[in-house]
Design a protein around this ligand. Structure first.
Ligand SMILES: [Zn+2]
Length: 347
C-alpha cells in the first residue's frame, strides 16, 4: 500500500510500504478514508523534532474497519470509525481515570514501528478501546466527515485546553494561537458556555473562523500590545481562562500576562524553545494556575461526538485545503508556508 514517510527535514514522500495485518488478537486494520496534517507534524517536517529516515507520519484519521483480530468485539468489518491520536488499552489505571495518553500499553501513530494515519491503512492496537464507531451514513457526507475527523485531535485538544483553563458560563476566555487547535479552543469555550471569548490572531481568514466559532473580540496585536489590548477589553484585569495553543516562550509569556489574577491557563501547544516563558514568581503573586498538556482525546470523543453529529458544533471550517494521498508533500509545504490553515487528505 501507499503511505507517507519522512526521510529528512522537508523531505516527505509517499512510498510503497507493507500492507498492515492483524498481529495481535486485539488489533484491527482500518482502511483510511480521511486523514490530515497537524501543526505538530510541522515540527518533524522542519527537523525540529527528530525522526528516523523512512518513519511513518500522521496521527489523525478515520476510516472503515477492514479486518479484526479474534478478541475484537466492539467494532467489526465495515464499521466507520475514528481513531484518537494515540492508541490505548482502556483497562490500565490511567485509562480508567480517563488519561488515555498515559496508557501503560499505549502509543502514538507514526512512532517507530507503527503505522501513520497519512496512508491507505493502519493497524490499530487495542481496537475496542481505541476506536470509536460512527454512524455509517456519515461516510457519504463530506462536511460531516471533516467535522468528525477533528475528533481525532484538534477538537479534543481545544476542548482539553478550554477545560484546563476553566472555561464556563460567566467567564471571559482568551485564546492565544489562531491555528486549528486555537480555533477549536474557541469553539470548545463557546460550547462550555463562556460569555466572552477573545481570540488573539493576525490572519483575517483565521480570525473570521474564530468569530464564526464564537469569538466576541479579536486582538490582532502581538506581544506587549496584545497584552494591553486584552487588558483594555477586560477592565484592566485580563481573562479568567486562557487557552495557550502555540507552545513557544513568547506565547506562554503572553498567556501569563493576559490571565486575570486567580485565573488559569490551559496549555496544549507542544512546548518548543529553550525556556518555558513562565515566571513562577508572577504566577505565585497573581495566583495563576497552569493545567493542560497532551490531550486525552479518546476520553472526550463520546462527549463531543453527539454535538458534532447534531450540528451543535461544526469544527469542519478548520480545513481549508484538501489533497489526495499523493499530494501530502504539497500539503506539508502549504501548511509550513502558512498558505493553508489545515490540510485534509482524502483517500
Ligand atoms: Zn491504558
Amino acid at each position: 500500500m501507499r503511505a507517507t514517510t519522512i526521510h529528512a527535514p522537508f523531505d516527505m514522500r509517499v512510498a510503497d510500504v507493507p500492507d498492515p495485518v492483524v498481529r495481535n488478537p486485539g488489533d484491527a486494520v482500518v482502511r483510511v478514508l480521511r486523514s490530515c496534517i497537524c501543526g505538530s507534524d510541522l515540527w518533524a517536517y522542519r527537523g525540529e523534532s527528530a525522526r528516523q529516515a523512512g518513519q511513518r507520519i500522521g496521527h489523525e484519521f478515520l476510516g472503515i474497519v477492514e479486518e479484526t483480530g479474534a478478541e475484537v468485539t466492539g467494532v467489526g468489518r465495515g464499521d466507520l470509525v475514528v481513531a484518537p491520536f494515540t492508541w490505548s488499552d482502556g483497562v490500565c489505571d490511567y485509562c480508567r481515570e480517563g488519561l488515555t495518553t498515559s496508557c501503560e500499553h499505549g502509543g502514538f501513530w507514526g512512532s517507530v514501528g507503527s503505522d501513520g494515519g497519512q496512508g491507505e491503512a493502519v493497524r490499530v492496537p487495542f481496537a475496542d478501546a481505541t476506536l470509536v464507531a460512527l454512524p455509517a451514513e456519515a461516510a457519504s457526507d463530506d462536511r460531516l466527515l471533516a467535522a468528525l475527523l477533528t475528533l481525532s485531535d484538534v477538537m479534543g485538544t481545544g476542548h482539553h485546553a478550554a477545560l484546563g483553563a476553566g472555561a464556563r458560563a460567566g467567564v471571559t476566555v482568551a485564546v492565544v494561537g489562531d491555528g486549528a487547535v486555537g480555533l477549536c479552543g474557541v469553539l470548545a469555550a463557546k460550547r462550555l458556555g463562556a460569555d466572552r471569548i477573545i481570540a488573539l490572531g493576525r490572519h483575517e481568514a483565521r480570525t473570521d473562523i474564530a468569530r464564526r466559532f464564537g469569538a466576541t473580540d479579536v486582538v490582532a496585536e502581538r506581544g506587549d500590545a496584545a497584552v494591553e489590548a486584552v487588558r483594555e477589553l477586560t477592565r484592566g484585569q485580563g481573562a479568567h481562562a486562557v487557552v495557550e495553543a502555540v507552545g513557544t516562550e513568547q506565547s506562554m509569556r503572553t498567556a501569563v500576562s493576559i490571565t486575570r489574577d486567580g485565573g488559569a491557563i490551559g496549555f496544549v501547544g507542544v512546548p518548543h524553545g529553550s525556556g518555558t516563558g513562565l515566571d513562577l514568581s508572577v504566577m505565585f503573586d497573581r495566583n495563576i494556575a497552569l493545567r493542560g498538556g497532551v490531550a486525552p482525546v479518546r476520553t472526550y470523543i463520546p462527549e463531543l461526538l453527539p454535538d458534532v453529529l447534531d450540528g451543535t458544533i461544526d469544527p469542519s471550517p478548520v480545513f481549508d485545503l484538501t489533497v489526495g494521498l499523493e499530494g501530502v508533500p504539497d500539503g506539508y509545504k502549504a501548511m509550513d508556508e502558512r498558505t493553508a490553515l489545515k490540510v485534509m487528505v482524502a483517500n
